[in-house]
Write a protein that binds this ligand. Structure first.
Ligand SMILES: O=C(O)CCC(=O)C(=O)O
Ligand SMILES: [Fe+2]
Length: 358
């Protein structure tokens, strides 16, 4: 990836950035550099404050029961949904050794020689497989990362030829992990329905029984100039919800709240649940799909694993009728296949959520 690019890129970039203090040999290739102000990029030792993202004990949110402890967790959940648009979950039932195994196989895969990873390469116009972010224009600034994107659900969508055979525990571990994450998603969507005073299965049903689940393994290599690039540019997730397993030691994820950026703290055995655009739509804006980004790091590489859960693209989604009233008019139109809308907007430099707003 990045490191393999021709030195010619580096030279041309030094002309574009006009940063006399930068030594050419240290510059990342041109197409990775965020143009203009470097204020948007940070480093891990950043001065930014930590986000006070709620930590929710999922074991206390048992479906259809009620206790004081559960009420407290649901209260925290409501706050999380309407403020940060994300929360960390503990008590989620995934054993720590499996979380560590997922981190291990992620690292092992990205540590393979490039040729071995290329076996799983993403085809030109496809999202699935190994590669960098899809390059849609010459002007696009690339993320300082490499990824492996795999379809998990429905089962029939799995392309096993793209599932790495090395390390040899990869396939089995991913299968086991995805089943456990699906159970967490079921509980979280049930709890989200309840805190918004909707019928318990509301959001789950709205995703449909052919809902999509995808995995994205991210690797952010070290970068000599982390102040000039981003591991992942600022974005919101186009999913319904996303479940993120962060690197256990290396920080990098930042989240925006009221136009300020905050660092997301690492809790090694927790998962970060992120609300995606489609849940913002279905909740009529009650749940926030937060803008987030990933910084690069000069000293340490970072990995993460995100599971995206999305409504069946054939199903129409729209704001829940119960959440539309005189005080909260309907914010979004009815639509289906938001992923396609999102992709088209990405190609045209538009913000998908804005284009579906009424
Ligand atoms: O690496 C991370 O912490 C977040 C990655 C992310 O936001 C994404 O893959 O959508
Ligand atoms: Fe994301």
């Amino acid at each position: 990836m990045a490191g393999d690019l021709a030195p010619a890129d580096v030279v041309s970039q030094s002309e574009q950035t006009q940063e006399p203090f930068v030594e050419e040999k240290d510059l990342p290739p041109a197409r990775y550099i965020i143009k203009g102000s470097t204020a948007g990029c940070g480093v891990v030792e950043s001065f930014l404050p930590f986000a006070s993202i709620p930590v929710i004990d999922l074991s206390l949110i048992a479906l259809s029961s009620s206790s004081k402890e559960e009420e407290d967790e649901l209260e925290k959940l409501k706050l999380a949904l309407t403020t940060w648009g994300c929360f960390q979950v503990v008590g989620h039932g995934i054993p720590t050794p499996l979380l560590d195994k997922m981190r291990e196989i992620t690292e092992q895969f990205f540590d393979l020689p490039e040729a071995d990873k290329q076996i799983y390469s993403r085809a030109m116009n496809d999202i699935e497989g190994y590669g960098t972010d899809p390059v849609l224009s010459d002007k696009q600034v690339l993320d300082w990362s490499e990824r492996l994107f795999l379809k998990l659900l429905p089962q029939s969508s799995r392309n096993l030829n793209l599932w790495p055979e090395t390390p040899n525990e990869f396939r089995g571990s991913l299968n086991e992990y995805s089943e456990k994450v699906k159970s967490i998603i079921d509980i979280v969507l049930g709890a989200m329905s309840r805190v918004l005073n909707l019928e318990e299965h509301y959001f789950l049903t709205k995703h449909g029984n052919q809902a999509l689940m995808n995995a994205r393994f991210n690797h952010y290599p070290t970068c000599t100039r982390p102040d000039l690039v981003l591991g992942a540019k600022a974005h919101t997730d186009g999913s319904g919800i996303s479940v993120l397993l962060q690197d256990k030691e290396v920080e990098g994820l930042q989240i925006s709240n009221n136009s300020d950026w905050f660092r997301v703290p690492i809790i090694p055995h927790a998962l970060l649940i992120n609300i995606g655009d489609q849940m913002q739509i279905m909740s009529n804006g009650m749940c926030k799909s937060p803008m987030h980004r990933v910084t690069a790091n000069a000293r340490r590489k970072r990995t993460s694993l995100v599971i995206f859960y999305l409504p069946d693209p054939e199903i129409e989604i729209e704001p829940a009728r119960e959440l539309v009233n005189g005080e909260k008019p309907r914010l979004y139109r009815k639509l289906k296949n938001y992923a396609a809308i999102n992709f088209e907007c990405f190609q045209n430099g538009k913000v998908a959520l804005e284009t579906v707003r009424l």
